[in-house]
Design a protein around this ligand. Sequence first.
Ligand SMILES: [Zn+2]
Ligand SMILES: [Zn+2]
Length: 162
Amino acid sequence: MKTQSEVVKRLEQFGVKPSLQRIAIMGYLMDNFVHPTVDTVFSGLSASIPTLSKTTVYNTLKLLARQGAVLELNIDDKNLRYDANIFRHAHFRCKQCGSVHDVPVGSFEALNVKSAGELVITESQLYYKGYCGRCKAEANKKAAEEAEEEEAANADPCRLQP
Ligand SMILES: [Zn+2]
Ligand SMILES: [Zn+2]
């Protein structure tokens, strides 16, 4: 668990006035590196802060991202994800369960062009997609089953004479 002073320090470092709700939301992100959505942050905090609204969570996360205190990721096509890890890293999203993981990328700097003519780059994100360890086993099993089914179907002579 991050201490309140560590959380306040992060907020102040990025010019965010530390209100109680902002401290709670920033603290949640600094304790939970699972790249939570607005809904996840809200349900994680609503029990301890009954007055918290989802709109406040939404607005606060937007503010934190705008100020650079957190990263806002659009790796998930349904929901924005938030990340207190603001050091440069890539992300991986599991196509099966949707979990988002940090991926250290040694040569990321090389991809991060500084200027492109008139274009001024202010952010860049690098995403990978695939299967997490837990889902990989599932996927392998499913692929094997499908291959077996296909083999069985091809072996069926009735399929050739509909
Ligand atoms: Zn997965
Ligand atoms: Zn991350």
